[in-house]
Write a protein that binds this ligand. Sequence first.
Ligand code: 2AM
Ligand code: CA
Length: 267
Amino acid sequence: MNYNLKEMDTYAKKWVKEAGENIRASFPKTLNVTSKSNPNDLVTDIDQATEQYFIKKIKETYPDHKIMGEEGYGDEVTGLSGVVWIIDPIDGTMNFVHQQRNFAISIGIYVDGEGMIGIIYDVVHDELYHCIKGNGVYLNEKSIPKLTEAKVSESIIALNATWVAPNKRIDHQLLIPLVKDVRGTRSYGSAAMEMVYVATGRIDAYMTPRLAPWDIAAGIIMIKELGGEATDLRGEEFDMLKQNSLFVSKPGLHGDILRNYLKDGKW
Ligand code: 2AM
Ligand code: CA
């Protein structure tokens, strides 16, 4: 297949900025909010319109590329051969609805299964995080430095409080020792934002037992590019066609946490 990463990156960033402008323009208007799988799984007309906007642009420009989008307007993607755009039009929809901040547009572009371009746009702050594999990661025009090692006792980890209270998905006792040993915990409510916080070193790690491919597609490319580690909670590679657990971290810290805190979990 014929593809040009630089050109795709330029278009993707342009479309993301345009979509962000439309999202900012929507703030004074009344949102049409409905729920999907459960009453807390929200979607708005803006999530849907944003995804449709990307699909129109991508299909016009690259008719042979495939698109996997959270809101289901893309293709039925059953394999990762060729170029696949993995899109979350708004990651952190609950924040978007309640706070009008702490959400992002996330686009990962995969070529034959390999993550090549990652774009995460913090719409409210006009902060565009972007990366082409092998060329570093940038926040707007500024290069983001490589990640350095950190100790558990001096780290801040992002983790949702759900996972240390009784819940349906995991044994909530498993993560309590880690929460006690780290310097602090945070929860931002958008996986894409939490991953750029790891990429920029604002936090040291982020973990969660279940995310969809579009939540993680862009962020894991950036973290790996910066020398960080991105695996599931067992330390294994992701399957971008399924739900996965996620554990992203600075180097060194990743192995320490896996060995000392995560190894007994049935993730
Ligand atoms: P979303 O806002 O795009 O739905 C919140 O902790 C994070 O988990 C967000 O990145 C959110 O993405 C994601 N999320 C929420 N519900 C989810 C679900 N049912 N499956 C997978 N990811 C989900
Ligand atoms: Ca979303």
